[in-house]
Design a protein around this ligand. Sequence first.
Ligand code: SF4
Length: 707
Amino acid sequence: MAASEVGATPTHCPYCALQCGMSIAAGAGTAVIAPREDVPANAGGLCQKGWSAAEMLDVPDRVTGPLMRAHEGAPLEPVSWEAALDAIAARVTALQDAHGRDAVAVFGGGGLTNEKAYQLGKFARIALGTSQIDYNGRFCMSSAAAALNRAFGMDRGLPGPITDVGDADVVFMAGGNVAETMPPFMRHLSRLKDGGGALIVADPRRTPTAARADLHLQLTPGTDLALANGMLHLAMSEGLLDEAYIRDRTSGFDTLRTTVNSYWPERVERVTGVPVAHMREAVRMLAAGRRSLILTARGAEQQAQGVDTVTAFINLALALGLPGTEGSGYGCITGQGNGQGGREHGQKADQLPGYRRIDDPAARVHVAAVWGVEPEAIPGPGRSAYELLTALGTSGGPRALLLFGSNPVVSAPRASVVEERLNALDLLVVADFVLSETALRADIVLPSAQWAEESGTMTNLEGRVLRRNRALPPPEGVRTDLEIIRGLAVRLGAPGTWSTDPEEVFAELGRASAGGIADYSGITYERIEREGGVFWPCPSPGHPGTPRPFLERFATPDGRAVFTAVEHRGPEEDVDDGYPVYLTTGRVLAHYQSGAQTRRVKQLVEASPEPFVELHPDLAERLGVEPGSLVRVSSRRGVSVARARLTDTIREDTVFMPFHWGGEGRANTLTNPALDPVSRMPEFKVCAVRVEPAGPHAQDPLPQGFR
Ligand code: SF4
């Protein structure tokens, strides 16, 4: 049966921010998926994660009823929904009576629909009255978001429709490996190259994306900022600046000039390892292109200087006159499925819906009116994700955590400490559809519906709001997150309305966002359906949406983009005699984020069954590491064991580990939680490690239960 047959439901992939269009034919037996041709992001393509996504719907260990422990140390046992929700409400109330409102925290996810992210933020603020809410998107795009807000006054991933990538003359990608993370994106890069355009990639590894590049800048991990400043220095010395654009559309360039003067090419080559000739070639290509795009992804952003690194690339783009010009500009390649929408509507610690600041009095008045409460009832800003997770169970920290759509035991930096903090809680509630590594530690597990079993909207990497449609009902005993939130809000006596209808919640989100930066008030389900998605901001029903937001002016008070001088500081933790090798982390083709979903899909597990350490053959020889043998990787935070994979595509001073697994092979046992001072993004992408043969008695790196 083909999914395109009558009865198939048009929707979007459950995984990454490309949000590929797909159809699901769900009848007797397993649902069948087919790609959609009418969605520009994938135009008929899917990666193997998308093709196999239907398998997740009936994984054998799906949780189909609430589970609860009778007491600490007791096993998780089935209970009724009423018993589970009553118990949560009673324990939350008791903890807040004893320790104050902030004794209860909420943790969300960048994969949640806009409706869920909105409702979760509202639930935390006016049902629980807590300031303690943040989400795993803090670990993903927060540095790019902060830099975009600083430079353009607005954070929207790509500067225009994704088809601009194929239409461009030059695309420069820093720290992105779309060939593995979102393979259909390569169709746009193929079109670029077929049309005579050029691709430049900056990455410490010759990834499958870098292998397709016309120019690969194989820089030392953590030196992207120096590279960007060095390229800007070259643009200045070679007379490649767009002086008229700088004069007419920007401010602050003069303060930048002095800083960039000190990034002379030979100095930058020493810092980055990138030859001057390559830097010069790259900047000449970007300046010569009629349409040039500079894109960053997690490699450049997940650093303790991530905001400044993105700022340096934006400075380069501005100096060349790219942003706010049709088909050109700077963009962030968003990672998580709703990484864009998930950061706009209130699950961030410092934010209210519509990308409003929670400490802005006018924003509080507006949102309070929509919620039916007084502005004073809305708490102030709370802790950022890593600070929140490490405050759990401490003196003065939250005593309970309600967690939706996240698996921090695998995905948080220095994850062993996060595990300890979760264990120290009085109450951990996890809403998930399987027993993830985090759900296994919960006191109460609430089984939630999956992507194809409920409707909602997602905002993809372009800033286009899309509809995800329900294709089949959830299994009996499973509830949607909106139903779970309502069940708890009612028991807690929360003010306001708590609809479980996604379309009603979206309409309320629209009202709450009206007048904000991310204004969705002109978007309806019917419009999304009819128009194939709507780009925000869209402030009224008659507004066409905004595919290219900065053509006339930037979203700053004076309409000009802002240059900010930034200095390369280097990684928080550099290599030394004890830890002489850089570790960088990332994703592989077959898996997504913490792997809680993809490690349950047979063909994805067969494609990529276990964690590994990628290292250069020369480094392996020096260390006495055999191909396929187990190696021990140690950092100042812990030890991981994984199988060695030798390749000359990585620098000799760097090893790579994917972060999709828990257990002995968990990459995030090693990573450095040093935080960017502005975005509070942890430094996932670079830390110092020691690598050695693990010896014959090393433990198998595969976590139990995931073979
Ligand atoms: Fe598309 Fe991403 Fe899904 Fe792959 S995982 S099919 S690239 S949305």
